[in-house]
Design a protein around this ligand. Structure first.
Ligand code: S3P
Length: 453
């Protein structure tokens, strides 16, 4: 496909780790639309890549992670075309997966490697998947074990039972599987493998996680029966599904909107509106947290043709925030927002506590440790726990050293939001990773009143 020209800050080069300086801002206010949802884009890229005919995708997220999914689907026989209108056309392989010429490198994308492994498990192919250093350190046994129970051969050739992953697919049988952790990626990996299995798949989650795969299956006419924490699905056997191309409109990514919602919430009287954001309740738990902290949140729903999930405009008006506790079943529904919740804690009065979030340690970075190290440099008192942290805000945020992204997009963006509230300009190192999910982040920061040098 033709690669989009991401709007970068002046002076930066694609792929080069660079630093920036975020200046204190009077406030963050205004109205923007954020790019397409990352989780939905990956799933639409895979499903349209498997369909027969040409699908049109509106608002596909053109970030590095989602481009990795398209490249992988191309290596498996699909074709993608970026149109001048910003829409994407995906010509599916009609379910006939091609043996790729070499290893598939999916960069930083955990969603691509785990979901694609599920899809490949039911194909008579032998495919090796790898990624960047961060991805090659993330746990993959969580997909190996159930996929092997189903009958695929999965070899983890990385040092710590990690990627590269070699999938030798074949004839799958359905399994009844209790997920050991709340993970939408593992659940979706098994749903995609289940499409090619013989028999009835039953997947039980320990807590509800994002359900984009189940919703997309229903849109495509694949029945999935959701009974509380259990999913039942009839496998379709080795031939798999027969899918027709269609038009998919993807809502804006709530996880990208979250940065601006928190930035507005923490400044009394400031208002931000983010238009056309996905409102799937399995993604929007941050809105409850913002309300508990004292901000005002209002939502108006939008109706666009071909929208794959509900969407709307979210308006947040800021207040003097108070600290919050975030824990339990709420965690999977704001798992990617926890770095920015930690920032909210640093900007609120009183103590904020994040618990039951040990999964944060195996994301693109160890997000508990990386957030703690950065927040301490801003004078925030942090008590790190195995499954979260306790945050005590300082009176004033005074940077004592440059902050680091640790190569993790959400750490970089969370720190940039915090820096808007500092007493002095803050240096943030290694920010190229932002392009993983939100290439427009810096230009949107400027559009809302921030200044990045
Ligand atoms: C995702 C699921 C979550 C989330 C990730 C995207 C998905 O990960 O953190 O950014 O698209 O299914 P886990 O499945 O590891 O919880």
């Amino acid at each position: 496909m033709t690669e989009p020209s991401a709007k970068r800050k002046p002076g930066t080069l694609p792929g080069v780790p660079v630093s920036c300086i975020v200046h204190p801002a009077e406030g963050i206010a205004g109205s923007i639309s954020v790019p397409g949802d990352k989780s939905i884009s990956h799933r639409v890229g895979m499903i349209a890549g498997l369909a027969s005919g040409i699908s049109v995708v509106k608002n596909y997220l053109q970030s590095e992670d989602c481009i990795s999914t398209l490249r992988a689907m191309e290596a498996l026989g699909a074709r993608t075309y970026a149109l001048e209108t910003g829409e994407l056309q995906i010509e599916g392989n009609g379910g006939r997966m091609m043996q790729p010429a070499g290893m598939l490198d999916v960069g930083n994308s955990g969603t691509t490697i785990r979901l694609l492994s599920g899809l490949l498990a039911g194909q008579s192919l032998d495919v090796e998947l790898t990624g960047d250093e961060s991805l090659r350190n993330r746990p993959m046994k969580r997909i190996k074990e159930p996929l092997e129970k189903m009958g695929a051969k999965v070899t983890l050739t990385g040092e710590k039972e990690t990627a590269p992953i070699r999938i030798q697919g074949g004839h799958l049988k359905a399994i009844d599987y209790l997920l050991p952790m709340a993970s939408a990626q593992v659940k979706s990996c098994l749903l995609l493998a289940g499409l090619y299995a013989e028999g009835k798949m039953i997947i039980t989650e320990p807590a509800q996680t994002r359900d984009h795969t189940e919703r997309l299956f229903k849109t495509m006419g694949i029945p999935v029966d959701v009974r509380g924490l259990q999913l039942h699905m009839d496998g379709l056997g080795p031939k798999g599904p027969s899918l027709d191309a269609r038009t998919f409109a993807i809502p804006g990514d709530f996880s990208s909107a979250a940065f601006w919602l928190v930035a507005a919430a923490a400044r009394p009287g400031q208002t931000v509106t983010i238009r056309n954001v996905g409102l799937n309740p399995r993604r929007t738990a941050l809105l409850d947290v913002l309300k508990r902290a004292g901000a005002t949140v209002s939502i108006s729903s939008s109706r666009e043709d071909d929208l794959v999930e509900e969407a709307g405009d979210i308006t947040v008006t800021g207040a003097e925030l108070t600290g919050v506790t975030v824990e339990g079943d709420e965690i999977p529904n704001l798992i990617d927002e926890l770095p920015i919740v930690a920032v909210l804690g640093a900007l609120a009065s009183g103590r904020t506590e994040i618990r039951d979030a040990a999964e944060l340690r195996v994301k693109e970075s160890d997000r508990i440790q990386c957030m703690a190290e950065n927040l301490v440099k801003m004078g925030v008192k942090i008590e790190e726990k195995p499954d979260g942290m306790i945050i005590e805000p300082p009176g004033e945020l005074i940077p004592q050293a440059g902050l680091r992204s640790y190569g993790d997009h959400r750490i970089a963006m969370s720190m940039a939001v915090l820096a808007l509230f500092a007493k002095e300009p803050v240096v943030i190192h290694n920010i190229a990773c932002v392009d993983t999910s939100y290439p427009e982040f810096w230009s949107h920061m400027e559009a809302l009143g921030g200044h990045v040098g």
